[in-house]
Design a protein around this ligand. Structure first.
Ligand code: SAM
Length: 248
């Protein structure tokens, strides 16, 4: 038999139980509202965001592929640099920087600013640090992010570049919310993603993105589409902007 409890103790236990239940339920409910699951397809995680199955993460063993010699010929990164339109003192963030292939192309564009290379794999950031020392580059910083948070300084970044990375973020909504927090008002986000609309682009389907899908996902975190420039051989160059709040 359960012994009778004083009223105050019963009230206290009920309150404690309801706080514990809601605290343990909130993240699960929020996650369920944003993501759904399906049977994973090849190269997929089975996690679905706004109709798109999230791709598996590329491992640090892929550094040699990211650094391949013919990348300039295949993807024309030099054209990307010409189209970024950054100022010499801008703070740039290369999110999902990998081996830092783009980080070190960006660094000379901002001699009075800096480039923050963010990745969730320490091995990638170690590679960036090694190259930074070797080339004596002084305006590159590495930042270990989490799968949900870039850990960028709040309002401290003028332009975020994501090259062939966003489609494999396991928590795209949380990542984009943290990127929006890190951007200055009017700050830009530039995506280079293999064209999802083009079946002839020889990349696995989950590692491509359509402009329509990107626009829907960026709209969900309040970013405005600025333009799509298709000057690259197989990738989209898509620009979004964080709105500037109206003057009071
Ligand atoms: C295909 S690589 C692209 C690397 C680089 N942008 C390039 O084009 O050479 C994708 C990178 O995104 C990183 N990544 C995956 N999820 C991430 C997250 N939530 N935050 C930051 N980086 C992430 C992976 O660790 C990997 O290094």
């Amino acid at each position: 038999m359960i012994p009778a409890m004083p009223l105050q103790l019963r009230v206290f236990l009920c309150l404690a139980l309801s706080i514990w239940v809601s605290a343990s339920l909130i993240p699960a409910v929020a996650d369920d509202l944003v993501y759904t699951t399906k049977e994973p397809s090849r190269d997929g995680t089975g996690k679905v965001y706004l109709g798109r199955e999230i791709a598996q993460t590329v491992s640090s063993h892929a550094i040699s592929w990211l650094e391949r010699r013919d990348r300039e010929g295949e993807e024309r990164p030099s054209l990307v640099l010409e189209n970024l339109e950054v100022d010499a003192d801008d703070v740039l963030a290369d999110i999902g920087a990998g081996s830092g292939y783009f980080t070190f192309l960006l660094a000379p564009l901002v001699p009075q600013g800096k480039v923050i290379a963010v990745d969730i794999q320490q091995e990638m950031l170690d590679f960036v640090e090694g190259r930074k020392k070797l080339k004596q580059v002084t305006n590159v910083e590495t930042l270990l992010g989490s799968i949900e948070d870039t850990r960028l300084p709040v309002g401290g970044v003028d332009l975020v570049l994501m090259v062939d990375a966003y489609h494999e973020f396991s928590h795209p909504r949380e990542m984009m919310e943290s990127i929006v927090k890190g951007l200055s008002p009017g700050g830009r986000v530039v995506f280079l993603e293999y064209r999802g609309e083009a079946p002839e682009v020889p990349i696995k389907p989950l590692h491509k993105m359509t402009v329509k899908q990107l626009t829907a996902e960026m709209g969900a975190v309040g970013l405005e589409l600025v333009e799509v420039r298709d000057f690259l051989p197989i990738q989209h160059f898509v620009v979004f902007r964080k709105p500037v709040p109206p003057a009071p």
